[in-house]
Design a protein around this ligand. Structure first.
Ligand code: FES
Length: 108
């Protein structure tokens, strides 16, 4: 299925999320949020808004596979602008995995 932005959602299967610098790799089902993947891998993820794209504490830097994450939607777009995210940063509570990705944070 393809959305308005041309993003092709691969809704089935599993994909690898690699967390750096630890090098931990985890297979997750398509559509898993980066936030949930990190927790499943046993890595801490800061947050205070409950995953509603308000606090920005859950931000992660995407080192590889940016194109394999769900598109940025309006709430995250507003958060990115307000909190001045770097060009490679996503709110992990909003970014779903649809292909292999490599991510990090400033505190791992
Ligand atoms: S948990 Fe608050 S923006 Fe992601």
């Amino acid at each position: 299925m393809e959305d308005l932005f041309g993003f092709v959602h691969r809704r089935s299967g599993t994909h690898t999320v690699r967390f750096q610098p630890a090098g931990i790799a985890l297979r997750v089902a398509a559509g898993t949020l980066l936030l949930d993947a990190a927790r499943e891998a046993g890595l801490p993820v800061a947050q205070s808004c409950g995953g509603f794209a308000v606090c920005s504490w859950c931000r992660m830097q995407v080192l590889e596979g940016w194109e394999n994450l769900s598109p940025i939607e309006r709430p995250e777009e507003r958060l990115i602008a307000r909190q001045q995210f770097a060009p490679n940063e996503r709110a992990s509570c909003q970014a779903a995995v649809f292909g292999d990705v490599v991510v990090t944070t400033t505190y791992w």
